[in-house]
Design a protein around this ligand. Sequence first.
Ligand SMILES: [Zn+2]
Length: 345
Amino acid sequence: MFRPLKILIGTKCPPTRCCSAFVSRMRFSNLQYVNRLKEDDEACAAALQNAHIFLFHRLSPLLQRTEHRTLRPTALVCSGTEPQNHRTTEESVLIGCSEENQAQFCLDVGKNILNPGSSLSWWPETLNVPVLQDPSPYEPDLCFLLQGQALLRWNQTSGFCSTTGQPTHRNRAGSQRVCSSSGIIYYPKMSPVVIVLVSDGKRCLLGRQSSFPRGMYSALAGFCDMGETLEETLRREVAEEVGLEVHSVSYSSSQHWPFPHSSFMMAFHASVSPAHTQVSCQLEDARWFSLEEITSALQVKTPPRRGDPPVVWLPPKHAIGNRLITEWADRQRRSSLSDTTEEDV
Ligand SMILES: [Zn+2]
């Protein structure tokens, strides 16, 4: 039976990654500290003695329901005086540190079921179910939880060297693994994915795969092939999935998406010629949407229930697909506004 340290508390933990002021001195010294812990096993083990450890059970995080009906992650607070369980020291992964340089780790308790207490529960299955809800039941700034889950999963599935088949051994932070035989160093992997919103100037193109929830449409997306540039992936995906030729491309933003196996999403806007918009679809469906249709789809917050009339809904706010669609809609509104103003003049 896994026995963690005694004190289990809910903690409002400052985010470790969602910080825009990276250049500020405080942040910079925090990042330096985290980097040092990744490189120095002894320093990392010492930091673990007084750390916050966020718990997972088979990759499901331990969460606490708050009075505002949101979910908050909970952490073990190590005091430095309690002896630590072998598993805590061997399997915790470093995810960052607080403003006060208190290290933050994640630990998967594996098969052992903890009975966490009345207000706490293991969120069932995976993180992605609540993440896909809009509004998300999570308190904001939970990217560190997604980062922790991705890192735990990578360590759980990277136990052997793909060249020699020998076991790999992780550093104390869990940020790299080394093959005991060949010395090959492995780092956590992400798969690059391009997500692209195609527009013909007046409408945007959305598609759906059969695996999507009923009624959901999103921007087109695909994995980068080995050796491809992002622009090549984008043009290939649009040609393959809807048979259209991309004319111009502009970058929007990026997002780590941990489901199911750590994708790195890079988001673009692309335009096609209004004279060539005939879609030949490889997806379950793909079609053009007007600004009015997009505006009303953005209002739909929950997927339609069985028996409800069919309705189009879009990825939730925190998904990068939603960001692309919202950016496009804002741009269309601005340009139609300036068209009207010009006509008035
Ligand atoms: Zn090896």
